[in-house]
Ligand binder design. Structure first.
Ligand SMILES: *Cc1c(COP(=O)(O)O)cnc(C)c1O
Length: 355
C-alpha cells in the first residue's frame, strides 16, 4: 500500500476471482464459465461494431434494453444494463442500502456482496446458512434491512422456493429485496412474475454464465420504473457509457438466438445431472444444484486436497477456505467430455488415497 492510499480503504479486502493460471492448459471448471462459445451471430455482431469504435456507445442502450424487455415480457423502462452484473450489484447497494437499511445476506454466498458493502461503507449482517446449507429464509423477514440473495445460491447451487421469496418480500414492503439470478437459467425459477405485485423487488441477471458471454461483461436488472430510475441516477453519476458497442451488439445477437441459448442450457443441465449421479455413486455428497456447477464433498478426501490433486492433473476446480464448507469443492459443469475426464481423475485420486 502506498502512503497516498486513502485511509477510508485501508481495511478493504478486495474480491478474489477464481484463478486464471497461464502456466499450462487446464480443463477449467473453476469460474462457472460456459464450455460453449457464443453463437456465430454474436461474433459477427461484435465485428460489425469494430469500425465504429470512434463513436461512443448509446448511453441509454435503447436497442439492447428493448431486446431484453421483449425476451422477458416487461416494459423497457423497467430494464437497466451494466458492465457485468457485478456493476449493477454495486449500483444497487449504493442506491438502496445505508445506515438505516443495513444489508442482510448469507454467510456463505457470492463473495462480492461483502466487498461492495465494505467499499461503500454500508453496514451488513451475514446470516448463517442452515445446517443443510439452505438459506435461513425466516431471518430475512426482519423489517428495514435491505436483503440480497443469490437464487440459486452460490456456491451451494441450492434454490429458495418462490413462496419463501414472496414471504420475504411481503414482510416489509418499505425495503428492497435484491435477487441475484445469475444462475436461474439452469433450471431455477425466476421471481419475474412477482414484479407486478412487489415494487420492492429488484432482479439482477447476467449474460456471463448461461449466455456464454463472461468475457463481454454484460448484466441487467429488472424492477419498477422508479427503481430503475434510481439506478440510472447512480449509473449516470459514475459511467453513462457503461456498456460498450461491441458488448451491446453481442447481447442483442445472443437474445435473437434463443434456440442456441436453450440448447446450451439444456445440455449443461443434462451433464450436471449425469455427473451428479456418478459422483453420488462414488460416495460424494452432492447438493441439489440448480446452477451450472456442482458443490461436492467426500469423507474419503478433504476438499482442499481434492482441489490440489486435481490441479496437478490439469483440472481446475474451486475450493473455499471457509468454515463449514472447507470440505467441499465447487465444480463448474463443463461439456460431457470434460466431465468424463474430471470423473476419471477423481476416480484415480480416490484410488491413490486408499493406498
Ligand atoms: C458470476 C456471478 C455474478 C456476476 O457476474 P458478472 O460476470 O459480473 O455478470 C453475480 N452473482 C453471482 C452469484 C455470480 O455467481
Amino acid at each position: 500500500m502506498s502512503r497516498f492510499f486513502s485511509s477510508r480503504h485501508t481495511n478493504l479486502t478486495p474480491y478474489t476471482p477464481g484463478e486464471q493460471p497461464q502456466d499450462r492448459t487446464y480443463i477449467k471448471l473453476n469460474t462457472n464459465e460456459s464450455p460453449f462459445p457464443p453463437p456465430k451471430e454474436v461474433s459477427d455482431a461484435v465485428s460489425g461494431q469494430a469500425g465504429l469504435l470512434q463513436l461512443y456507445s448509446d448511453p441509454e442502450s435503447a436497442d439492447l434494453r428493448r431486446e431484453i424487455a421483449k425476451e422477458l415480457d416487461v416494459p423497457e423502462q423497467q430494464v437497466i444494463v451494466s458492465n457485468g452484473s457485478d456493476e449493477l450489484l454495486n449500483f444497487a447497494f449504493q442506491a438502496f442500502a445505508d445506515d438505516e437499511h443495513p444489508l442482510l445476506f448469507p454467510d456463505i454466498t457470492y463473495g462480492f456482496y461483502s466487498v461492495f458493502a465494505e467499499l461503500n461503507r454500508i453496514p451488513y449482517r451475514e446470516i448463517p446458512l442452515n445446517e443443510d446449507l439452505s438459506v435461513a429464509w425466516e431471518a430475512y423477514t426482519t423489517p428495514e434491512n435491505t436483503v440480497v440473495l443469490a437464487n440459486p445460491n452460490a456456491p451451494t447451487g441450492l434454490e429458495l422456493s418462490q413462496e419463501k421469496i414472496e414471504a420475504i418480500l411481503a414482510a416489509d414492503r418499505d425495503r428492497i429485496v435484491i435477487l441475484d439470478e445469475a444462475y436461474v437459467d439452469f433450471g431455477g425459477t425466476t421471481a419475474l412474475p412477482l414484479l407486478d405485485k412487489y415494487e420492492n423487488l429488484l432482479i439482477i441477471r447476467t449474460f456471463s454464465k448461461s449466455r456464454s458471454m463472461a468475457g463481454a461483461r454484460l448484466g441487467f436488472a429488472v424492477g419498477s420504473e422508479a427503481l430503475i430510475g434510481d439506478l440510472n441516477t447512480i449509473r449516470n453519476s459514475i459511467n453513462p457509457y457503461n456498456v460498450n458497442r461491441m458488448t451491446s451488439a453481442a447481447g442483442i445477437a445472443s437474445l435473437r438466438n434463443r434456440d442456441y441459448f436453450r440448447s446450451c442450457c439444456g445440455e449443461i443441465i443434462r451433464v450436471r445431472q449425469q455427473t451428479a449421479e456418478k459422483l453420488r455413486k462414488m460416495g460424494f455428497t452432492v447438493t441439489d444444484s440448480k446452477a451450472n456447477f456442482l458443490f461436492i464433498a467426500s469423507e474419503q478426501i478433504p476438499g482442499e486436497r481434492l482441489y490440489r490433486t486435481l490441479k496437478e492433473k490439469g483440472i481446475l476446480v474451486r475450493h473455499f477456505d471457509r468454515d463449514r464448507i472447507w470440505n467441499y469443492t465447487r465444480v463448474t459443469v463443463g461439456n460431457e467430455q470434460e466431465m468424463q475426464q474430471f470423473l476419471n481423475a477423481v476416480n484415480e485420486i480416490l484410488r491413490e488415497e486408499r493406498k
